[in-house]
Design a protein around this ligand. Sequence first.
Ligand code: CAO
Length: 579
Amino acid sequence: MSKEVIKVPDLGGAEAVEVIEIAVASGDSIAVDDTLVVLESDKASMDVPSPKAGKVVEVLVKEGDSLSEGDAILEIEIEDASGGDDPQTDSAEAQVPESDAPESDATESDDSGSDVTESEANVPKVEDKTESHQSDGSAAVETVQVPDIGTEDAVDIVEVAVAVGDHIEEGGTLVVLESDKSSMELPSTFSGEVKEILVKEGGQVKQGDAIAKIATNGKKSGQEETSATKEQATSSDQQQPLASSEKSLPADEAPATDKKPQPQSATEVKTTLQQTESDPSDIYAGPAVRQLARELGVDLRQVKGSGPKSRILKEDVSEFVKKALKQPAAAAVGAGIPQVPDMDFSAFGPVEDINLSKIAQLTAQNMVRNWLNVPAVTQFDDADITDMEAFRKGLKAEAEQRGTKLTPLPFLVLACAKALAANPVFNRSWHSSGKKVIQKHYVHIGMAVDTPRGLLVPVIRDADKKGLWELAEEINLLSTKAREGKLSMAEMQGGCFSISSLGAAGGTGFTPIVNSPEAAILGVSKAAVKPVWNGSEFAPRQLLPLSLTYDHRIVNGADAGRFMTYLVGVIADLRRLLL
Ligand code: CAO
C-alpha cells in the first residue's frame, strides 16, 4: 500500500488551463484510465486519465483552478504497486492510454526529450492531408481529409457545419467530431466553395477519410510553403499526432519556444470546443458531460449551463433529467408548452383528489398528443334519417328475435365504411417524415365506447364488407366487452376512422378530436325532428347532426365536403349503399 501524487501531464506547452470538472472524489476507487479531471482552454477540452488504479485519498484541485504541466491533481493510495505504471516513482503523471496513441509514435520523442508517453500529449499538428487535383493557379477541386486525430479509431461526426455551395474560408469549420472523450472542430485547409460533402452527421470517420471537396480559386492552402517545408510537413517524423485530441491542447496554447517548426498552411487542427458566442445553438460542454448526455439521451441544446461562461455541467444534465422525469406524463407530450400551474383549490372551498384510471390517464395523453399534432378542422352537416329510422324501427321485432339491439349506430358504421371506400383520402395516415402519407386498402372502423373506467375505442374490422345484422351484433359484443374490461389489445388496434356517438347522451353538435394516426373522426349528436323545406312546404324530418373532424395535413376542405355529402346522401337514402 503506497501513496502517490498524480500530476498534470504534458499539455503541449499550454499553461494555466482551467479545471472544468472533477470526476472523482476522496474515497473513490478508480481504475487505470478513469477520468480524474477535465481541463479546458478556450480552444480545447481534455480528460486527464489516471495512470494508476487505487483509491483517491485527497483531491488537491478544485473546479476553476488553473493548472500547468506537473501540477498535483490528487493523491492516490495504491493497493498493489504492480498495478501502477511505475512503482519506482513516488509520483505519477497522468498519461494518454497506450491505446489512444498511434503506433507510429511509439519510437518518437518530443521536443522536451520526454518519452513517448509524454509526447502523446503533444501539440496537435498535422500534415497537409489534402489532395490537389490541379495546382496551376486556375480553379481546382481539393479534397479535405481527416488529419491525424491521435487515434486510429473511428470517431463520430456530430455536426456537418457546411452545406454544398457554401463558401468556406481556410480554417473555417467543416465538421465537428466527437470521441467519447473530446470534441473537435475540423477546419478546412482551403478557402473556396464546398462542392461536395463526403460524410454525414451521425457517421464516423478515421484519419485519412475524405470529408469534403472544395473548389478553390486555384490556390492550394500552404502553396506558399517551400517545398522543404512541405516535405517536412509530410515526413513521418513530423506526423505529430493530434496528440490524442482528447489529451492535448492546440498549438497556439503552447509557448512559441516549445513549438516545433510547422508549415504555415492551415494544417493545424484546432480541437476547439463547440463554443461560439454568436451562435446560441452551439453546445458548450466538456466531453464527459457530452458522454453523459449521450448515455441518458439528453439533447444538450435543451440544457442550460450553470458553469462558467454558461458551460453545461454534469449536474445540469442530471437536473434536466430529473425535471423531465417529474413532468406528468400528459404534460411531457406537450413538452415546451407552458404548463398550467397546479393550484391549491382548498383555499376556495372543500376539495378531494380523484385518482385517474390507467385508461383515463392514457386517454388524456393521447388527446393532448393528437390535439397538439393534428391541425384539425371540423365540418358539420345534418343527415336526414327519417327513412332510415322508419326502416330501423320496422326491423325491431326481427332484431329482438335475433337477440340483438339495432340502434342507428350500425347504419352509421356501414355508411362511413362505404364513404371511406369512396373517398380513400380519408383512409390515409400521416407519415412523420412529412414526405408521404400511407394509403390503407382495408376499412376498419373504431367506435368510442364510454365505460366506467374511461373511453375505449374497439375496432370493427372490414366494416365495408359486413351487413347490418353482423355490424349490430359486433357493436353490441364489442361495447359489452369494453364495459366489462374484456377487450383485447388487438380489438382496439388497426382503426382507419372513428365514430363518436353521443346521440343517446344529447347535444346538438361537438368537435371530436381526431384519433391520430387516423385521418378523421365522425361525431354523432342527438337526432331531432325539425321542419325542413321540401320546395313547397315545411315537412317534419328527423335530422341527425354530424360533425366531421379531419386532419388537414391529409384531407383538404373540398375532400371533406365531398365525404360529408356522400355520407349524408347514403344515410338519407340507404338504397345508395347498394350502388
Ligand atoms: N340520436 C338519438 N338517439 C340515439 C342516437 C342519436 N344519435 N344514437 C343512439 N340513440 C338511441 C338509441 O337508438 C337507443 O335508443 P333505443 O334503445 O330506443 O333504440 C339509445 O339511444 C341508447 O343507445 P346506445 O347508446 O345504447 O347504443 P348506440 O348503439 O347508439 O351506442 C355506444 C353504442 C357504445 C357507442 C354508446 O353506448 C356509447 O358508449 N357512446 C358514448 C361514446 C362516447 O363516449 N363518445 C365520446 C368520445 S370522446 O369525444
